[in-house]
Design a protein around this ligand. Structure first.
Ligand SMILES: [Cu+2]
Length: 497
């Protein structure tokens, strides 16, 4: 295959959208299945080297070119130092052009970080985004064999940001460096250092969701993965002008290795017998991307519920627990009625640098009225086999990324924050990655609740007599939050479902 010099590439054919330099090139590439490798493996390292070359080439293309780094980044979201309208005006000028029309259709379309109603499209939209980005790199490199490597941060060897992304002035790896990360991350420490724990990088809680969509207060696989592991990695790598903020995230080259791994977790979940939505509305949803020749393409969700259309496989999947519930209808769990056991006063509850303790009052219900029994203990003793207790926090919002995660505890004894953050009162953590308004229309940005299955934590505390008669939920920042973040949560409740 002819190898074009970088100068030719930048100055020549790729500048014009729709100009196909090698007709049929991509068709050839897709005739064979490619494998996406762990970036730590020898094959993955070879791909990472190609990736670094591609990032350099894409960053040298003008932002008006759909194959450029900036055009691809802005597809996810336009950064906070401009707006979509202003960026389009300054990059394309006053006259219409195919590229300008494509930018208007594509930019700021990341699902679902604008409108919470779009949450079910988080996984398919990012699968499409990663797939077209991969095809663009094949075109830019003239290399049909390229596949995006993934970053497996859920194993100890993967806890630090891969070293190739931390070598600022290296001739080969330099394009993968970004300064806008947390200091510990670019220093090569585990990315959770200072604000998290290894458990925050586990895919297990998402993989154990039996349904794709929320079922009552259970978040479902798509949202659990988005809010949990996915958001944690963004916030851990950070900062507020980098991976930790939706509008800046896709400017960090590690973004693509992160989302390749998120896609691998989706494949793993499906591979263990879990089913995706089957509604026509979800399957027929269309999104616009740039194809490998810079032309606009329409992608339909039904073509991306598996890996066939994009034609790739992963070198290794994660063994997801196959739940009995997964074999039943995807909406079976939604039919189970949810009962509120206890609820806090209506929010918003301001979070800051100090722990916040919230009283959660028992709902007036006969089951909770047994003398001497705490509301949760009463529920636990009568809990049917097929039901669980959840802690639900509604209306999570912040003015800016807090650049830390918050930990949640049930009936934590009064006094100082626990010396071991993962103690027997620990329920889990949540982040604000998807809870900061951005984009041209802030009013659209609502928020999704987060929920935690607290059945085991409550049962363990109950067995040791440590559940309180009046329950409290304590929310503790795991590091100093950014001063302008002003994070708040709405009310907090315990729900049986
Ligand atoms: Cu992301």
């Amino acid at each position: 295959m002819t190898k074009l010099s970088r100068r030719n590439l930048v100055a020549g054919g790729l500048a014009g959208a729709g100009a196909s330099i090698f007709p049929g090139f991509i068709k050839e590439a897709n005739a064979a299945t490619v494998t996406r490798f762990n970036l730590a493996s020898p094959n993955g390292q070879a791909m990472l080297k190609k990736y670094a070359q591609a990032v350099k080439l894409m960053m040298a293309l003008p932002p008006s070119n759909p194959l450029s780094w900036t055009f691809q980044w802005y597809t996810h979201a336009v950064p906070t130092n401009t707006t979509k309208a202003a960026a389009i005006a300054s990059i394309f000028g006053p006259n219409p052009s195919p590229q300008k029309a494509l930018a208007t259709a594509m930019w700021n379309t990341c699902q679902a970080h604008f409108n919470p109603a779009d949450e079910p499209y988080f996984l398919p939209w990012h699968r499409m985004y990663v797939c077209y980005f991969e095809q663009i790199i094949r075109q830019v490199l003239r290399d049909a064999t390229f596949s995006l490597p993934y970053w497996n941060y859920s194993v100890p060897a993967g806890y630090p940001l891969p070293k190739e992304f931390r070598m600022q002035n290296d001739p080969l790896w330099g394009p993968l460096f970004r300064p806008n990360r947390r200091a510990v991350v670019n220093a090569g420490q585990p990315i959770f250092n200072g604000i998290g724990v290894a458990m925050d990088l586990s895919p297990t809680s998402a993989l154990s969701q039996p349904t794709y969509l929320p079922a009552g207060v259970a978040p479902g696989f798509n949202q659990a993965l988005d809010q949990g592991l996915h958001g944690n990695v963004h916030v851990f790598v950070g900062n507020g002008q980098g991976m930790g903020s939706v509008p800046w995230a896709a400017n960090d080259p590690i973004f693509w290795m992160h989302h390749c791994n998120i896609d691998r977790i989706w494949v793993s979940w499906n591979n263990s017998g879990h089913v995706n939505p089957v509604t026509a509305a979800w399957l027929n949803k269309v999104f616009v991307f740039a194809g490998p020749n810079g032309q606009g393409v329409k992608a339909v969700v039904k073509d991306y519920t598996n890996t066939k259309k994009c034609d790739y496989k992963y070198d290794q999947l994660i063994g997801a627990p196959l739940l009995v519930a997964a074999a039943t209808s995807p909406s079976a769990a939604a039919a189970a009625p949810a009962t509120t056991v206890a609820k806090s006063q209506a929010g918003p509850i301001a979070l800051g640098a100090a722990p916040v303790r919230v009283n959660v009052q028992a709902a007036a219900s006969p089951a909770a009225a047994a003398p001497g029994a705490t509301p949760l203990a009463a529920r636990l003793s009568a809990l049917p086999e097929n039901r669980r207790l959840y802690l639900v926090i509604s209306n999570i919002k912040a003015d800016a990324p807090p650049e830390t995660v918050y930990r949640v505890y049930l009936d934590l004894p009064e006094g100082n924050a626990p010396s071991d953050p993962i103690n027997s009162n620990y329920v889990g953590s949540f982040n604000f990655f998807d809870a900061v308004p951005h984009g041209d229309d802030h009013s659209q940005h609502g928020s999704k609740p987060v929920s935690f299955d607290v059945t085991n934590v409550a049962a363990n505390l109950d067995a040791r007599g440590l559940l309180k008669a009046d329950h409290t939920v304590t929310i503790v920042p795991s590091g100093d939050p950014a001063p302008d973040a002003k994070p708040v949560v709405g009310d907090i409740s315990f729900v049986e479902q």
